[in-house]
Design a protein around this ligand. Structure first.
Ligand code: GCO
Length: 479
């Protein structure tokens, strides 16, 4: 039976984030971000790599956009560095920073590439950390909305797709539970949930501000969604999955889509004394924003497994290793509820991420039936060690990975899911926050070594670049 295929206006895309590609960390009045500071703490990143130069997109955006145009890219998702717009997080605006994104947006539009803008992809002004501990203070909500409004005022006439927040679940858990992102705190559950509530309010008020200014704009948040399988048919493992979903997935997605926290997760957190403090009117704002959200952004990389975890079981530990060695990831979990063992039915990447193409279909199905919202796949891709041979980069493993995922996405569309866009991660190679420049994701290879100062930064389109060009040309018919 024939597949419906992808809609005619389907947005074939690719993505990046400011800190991971731009470099120019102190160029043209840019302020210092929490990441600029964090990467300078010994031991925090692989070989102490930083984004000081990254892949120098700040100076090479024209070359990068030209390659996008030659590829036929329909949309490019990128984030804006708050510190270029407001070097101190609030106060005086930096015209040179605004101008940079003006230039980038205009360059994209020149070639008919739809800009998809992420307001916040983890790089927060260090000044706000110094002033009031950033996300830990409710004060950040106003500063965030002020920053976002500045973007809407300046770019809203040309940018239609907005993503308020990237992977709130990741930057908060890595920042306050695992100590792996700034501010580097560990197992601080109480603050973790409070920080998330502030981020939810910042997201919601941003949505309301945008819709007031541009009612036709399309907006959503991007969530790192790992669908979960019960370990087996044992009833307590099915319950472990339900607990996992409520605490790890619906805790965020329900807020974006319904404007409320899942009741059973709330009850559990109450029993632990870690529910966030809310102000009068918060629920109302969350609900109003949820009613205006146009899509759910999904960053899909892997699925996971939930198994019942007895009360003396494993607690929250690091799941990601930054050594690039296989087999060093650890099991994580919540004692009394669930733990997340590996899935031995599935292969893994060189960084122990489970490869499960069907998971992307599961994401779409779940969001469709739970929220009835369109889906934007805002990230999907394979981090790998790539090599240049005779001036070329052969990456059949990346093509195989993307092909398998796009096939499953097609099935999701046949299932009735409304999928608006598919953005691969990433367009060029870029800085992996914790894995330096050895873990590569791009269609376009960037010649730079793992350490800070070597490499020509020349761009080389990989085999996957030419493959994706064809996928776009045939609207996903030829994979
Ligand atoms: C990495 C990660 C990132 C994320 C992205 C999330 O290796 O650092 O994979 O690149 O995928 O920033 O939005």
């Amino acid at each position: 039976e024939k597949s419906k295929g992808f809609p005619q206006d389907f947005l074939w895309g690719s993505a990046s984030a400011a800190y991971q590609v731009e470099g120019g960390w102190d160029a043209d009045g840019k302020g210092v971000s929490n990441w600029d500071k964090f990467v300078r703490i010994p031991g925090k990143t692989f070989k102490a790599t930083t984004g000081d130069k990254a892949v120098d997109h700040y100076h090479r955006y024209k070359e990068d956009v030209k390659l996008m145009a030659e590829m036929g890219l329909k949309t490019y998702r990128f984030s804006i560095a708050w510190t270029r717009i407001y070097p101190n997080g609030n106060g005086e605006v930096n015209e040179a920073g605004l101008q940079f994104y003006d230039n980038l947006i205009n360059e994209l539009l020149k070639y008919g590439i739809e800009p998809m803008v992420t307001v916040y992809h983890w790089d927060m002004p260090q000044a706000l950390e110094d002033q009031y501990h950033g996300w830990e203070s409710r004060q950040i909500v106003d500063d965030y909305v002020n920053y976002a409004k500045t973007l809407f005022e300046r770019y809203g006439d040309r940018v239609k797709y907005w993503i308020t927040m990237n992977e709130q679940n990741i930057f908060t858990s890595f920042g306050w539970l695992k100590g792996m992102h700034p501010p580097g705190k560990e197992n601080d559950m109480k603050t973790f949930y409070q920080v998330n509530h502030h981020a939810n309010m910042a997201h919601a008020k941003t949505v309301l501000a945008l819709k007031e200014m541009y009612p036709d704009a399309k907006v959503g948040a991007s969530f790192a969604y790992s669908p979960c399988y019960a370990y087996d048919r044992k009833p307590e493992n099915a319950m472990a999955k339900a607990d996992y979903d409520d605490l790890q997935n619906y805790w965020w997605m329900d807020v974006y889509a319904y404007g409320r926290y899942p009741r059973s997760a709330w009850a559990y957190l109450e029993s632990q004394g870690v529910t966030p403090q809310m102000e009068d009117g918060d629920e109302d704002i969350l609900k109003k924003a949820a009613a205006l959200v146009d899509f759910m952004g999904v960053n899909y990389y892997q699925t996971c497994v939930a198994e019942y975890n007895d009360i003396n079981g494993v607690g929250m530990t690091n799941t990601m290793n930054n050594t690039g060695e296989k087999g060093t990831a650890q099991v994580q979990g919540v004692p009394g509820l669930y733990k997340n063992p590996a899935n031995d039915f599935l292969p893994t990447t060189d960084w122990d991420w489970t490869i499960d193409p069907m998971g992307i279909r599961m994401c779409c199905r779940d969001i469709t039936s739970r929220y009835d919202l369109p889906v934007v796949i805002s990230e999907n891709g394979l981090g790998a060690f790539d090599k240049v041979e005779d001036g070329q980069v052969h990456d059949p493993y990346r093509i195989a990975y993307l092909k398998a995922h796009i096939e499953e996405l097609k099935k999701a569309i046949d299932d009735g899911c409304r999928v608006l866009a598919y953005c691969t991660w990433s367009y060029t190679d870029l800085l992996s926050w914790l894995n330096g420049y050895q873990k590569r994701y791009g269609f376009v290879y960037v010649d730079r070594e793992e350490d800070e100062n070597s490499g020509t930064l020349n761009r080389i389109p990989k085999d996957s670049y030419y493959w994706y060009k064809k996928v776009i040309e045939t609207n996903g018919e030829e994979l």
